[in-house]
Each structure stands twice: as C-alpha cells, then as structure tokens.
Design a protein around this ligand. Structure first.
Ligand SMILES: [Zn+2]
Length: 411
C-alpha cells in the first residue's frame, strides 16, 4: 500500500480518507473502518471505511432513517416466519445456530427465536481472551435460561501469541479473536449439518455498505473464504501463515480455527447466514431490557472505561483495548461508537452525543492494563512505543509531549 498525503503534506496511514469529515447526524467520522470487513489476509490492504453521502451523512444514519420510515417491518417479519417454517425441526434436532457470548444481543436473538418463533437453537460461543467476572456470570445465566451451548476456548498459548503479533504488527489485538469468532458458528453449523445461522444485529446498523449482499452469494464468499489457500498469502496478526509455522513453532492444526474456508469446503454447504436485525427492528437498548428480563443478563455496576455505557461488550477484560487501539488508529473511541448508535436510535440527541465523546472518548483503559500486557507478554515500554508509532500524522499532532487529535467532533 502506498501511503498518501493530505493537501498540507501530512502522511495518511492505513489508506484512510485524507480529509476528515464528521457525519451531520451522528458523531462518527469518515475514518471509521467498515464494521464487517471482507477477509483481507494481507497486512497491506488499505482500510475500507464507512460511506458518507454527498449531504455528509454516514450510511449507518441513512439506514437508521430507513428503519424508521421506508422498511415494511410487517413484511420483513413475514419473511422471517416463512424462513423459519422451512427449517423448524419437530424431531429433537437443532434447527439453527446462534453464535454469541450471552450478551444482550445473542441473549435476545436466541430467546426470541426459541420462545416466540418455536425454534430449537444451538448456541455457540468463541471464548473471550480473558473472561471478566460479569461476562462469565452472564454467559452462565444465558445457558441456564434454557439453551444448549458449545463453548470453544482456543489454545491459550496460540491465541495469546497471535494477539501479541496482531497488536505489535497491526495495532489490532482483536484480529485473531474476530477471525475465530467469525468462523466458529459456521464450523459448528457445518459439523452438525445445521444450515441456518442467526446473528443478532445486522452490520448495516453500523454502516456496512455491502449488507445487501448478505442476501446474495457474494457476501458469504467475501466474508468466509479466502481467494487463495496458499499459506504464504494468508496472514494472521500481520504474519503469513507460512512464517507462523516456520518462525513461531506453530503447525497448521494450531491455526485451523482462524483460517478462512476454501470455496470448495463452503460451496457444498447450503448455508443460510442471517441477521435477525434484518427481519425485526433492532434497538440495542431494547435488546438489553429484553435480555435482563429473559436471559438473566446483568449490566456492569460501573460504566466501561472510555465510554459512558454499562452493558455493551463487557465480557472480555481485554475488550477496552480493542476500542482504545481504534481511537489511536482512526481517532474514534468507544464513546463515539456508543453515542453514534444512541443518536440513531433516538436515545440521545447529537449535542448530548458530542458532549459524551468529549468527556470519555480519550480515556485510557487502566483497569485491566497490567493483565493485558501480561496476556500478550510485552512490556509497557513496547506497548507505548507501538501506540505512538501507530498514530497517523493526518489525525494526530504532538504538542510538548502531549498527543492531540487534529480533528474532533467537538472542535
Ligand atoms: Zn451518522
């Protein structure tokens, strides 16, 4: 990837748009990566970002408008019922897979599929790096509210090594988790021969421009398959699989859960990969209330560092670093993500959202910092060096030892 420059000659990293723009309706900027990127198994591919239209509004806000006005939800629900009628089992077999952690979204999705629509879901969980106490408690409550579950806990030695490499090479410590999670539900579905897979929220909620392709075959190929199965061209944590084997003492079995499928493997499986949020109008706060009521879900007693919310993504102690590294690379922290979503769902207005971003977006997640460093096996010195060298000059400026964003939604 050749780096570009801004008009003022500032370097632009990661293939991001050189000119920073903020959405007129929410607090998101055009530096936000696509929420469900295609599989890019090389470290040099430019980042695809959220689409902004000519009126300066992001695609997630446009989708929120459609949810409120033009989508016929009655028709969509009928489509859901037709689909479920085709798959519902009457003989004790599982008839759908719901991947998730037992958080509010998978709690809501699995419970409503089972109790309102009479399905028989098998839930599948790809374990967090380090369970938080509340995350483990919520996971247990979910199962005890009436679900069979397969928990896949990856090889800890391999997972922490890949996480470290992804942090050091890409400043994306969550990449191995994301890949493992992406494939876990599908791999179990294939093993049990359950073609119907349900996620909760649709990626369109967060500005995925290729969602319409979920209804087409193109999406599944982009999402689950790699063009090549050559270990020299597939990268994990910024290192080719070939080098992971050669230089880090791993073998192909160690990496199997992170690897994309081949066209051939997936091609013969009649997968129906669906988002419940496509069929019924999704509201994260309502999903939260529903999960509290029905699957024993509990929010945290205190707000999550870097934001003001208490109930989203709280099951993994390392999760705050996923958002913090996003803040460093794209200038968008966790409060931005929460506020943008709440503006779209009419929980707060834009002015309140801007104030929340100003107050919390920059906050460093110190609570599990030591555990995160220990998990990856790196020093604090190395952590800080990687953080600072990942800052793109078009987003950040250093002023007497303090880093400052050049562009923020609040100035
Ligand atoms: Zn927006």
């Amino acid at each position: 990837m050749s780096d570009t420059m801004t008009k003022d000659g500032l370097l632009v990293k990661y293939g991001l748009p050189a000119e920073v723009k903020f959405c007129k309706k929410c607090v998101l900027s055009n530096q936000r990566p696509q929420p469900k990127p295609e599989i890019k198994y090389t470290p040099n591919t430019p980042q695809e970002t959220t689409f902004f239209d000519e009126e300066g509004v992001c695609s997630a806000c446009r989708y929120a408008e459609m949810k409120d006005s033009s989508i016929d939800w009655g028709k969509r629900e009928k489509g859901l019922i037709d689909l479920l009628d085709r798959y519902r089992s009457g003989d004790g077999r599982y008839d759908c897979v719901v991947p998730g952690s037992g958080g509010k979204d998978s709690g809501f999705a699995s419970h409503i599929l089972k109790n309102k629509y009479g399905m028989h879901p098998l839930t599948v969980t790809w374990a967090p790096h380090i369970y938080s106490d509340i995350g483990w408690k919520n996971f247990q409550s979910w199962i005890h509210s009436g679900f069979d579950n397969i928990l896949i806990t990856p090889n800890g030695k391999v997972h922490s090594l890949l996480t470290k490499l992804a942090f050091v090479n890409l400043l994306h410590p969550f990449q191995p988790f994301v890949f493992g999670q992406r494939f876990a539900g599908l791999r179990i579905a294939m093993k049990f021969n359950i073609p119907l897979i349900f996620h909760g929220e649709s990626p369109f909620e967060y500005g995925c421009s290729s969602l319409k392709e979920t209804e087409e075959s193109g999406f599944r190929k982009k999402y689950f398959c790699s063009e090549s199965s050559d270990p020299a061209s597939i990268y994990l944590g910024g290192v080719s699989v070939k080098d992971l084997v050669k230089e880090h003492g791993l073998d192909m079995n160690d990496l199997a859960m992170y690897m994309p499928l081949t066209d051939k493997e997936l091609g013969s499986f009649p997968m129906e990969y669906k988002f419940l949020g496509y069929y019924i109008k999704w509201d994260p706060q309502e999903a939260y209330y529903y999960a509290v009521e029905n699957t024993g879900f509990e929010g945290n007693v205190e707000r999550t560092e870097g934001t003001y919310s208490k109930y989203a993504s709280i099951d993994d102690k390392t999760d705050p670093f996923h958002y913090y590294t996003s803040y460093i690379k794209f200038g968008l922290g966790r409060a931005t993500m929460d506020a943008a979503q709440e503006i779209r769902n009419h929980k707060i207005n834009r002015e309140e959202g801007v104030a929340l971003v100003r107050k919390y977006d920059h906050e460093f997640p110190s609570k599990f910092y030591g555990e995160f460093l220990h998990y990856m096996g790196i020093s604090e010195e190395m952590f800080l060096e990687r953080i600072d060298s990942a800052r793109s000059p078009h987003l950040w400026v250093e002023d007497r030892g303090t880093w400052k964003l050049r562009h923020a939604v609040f100035y």
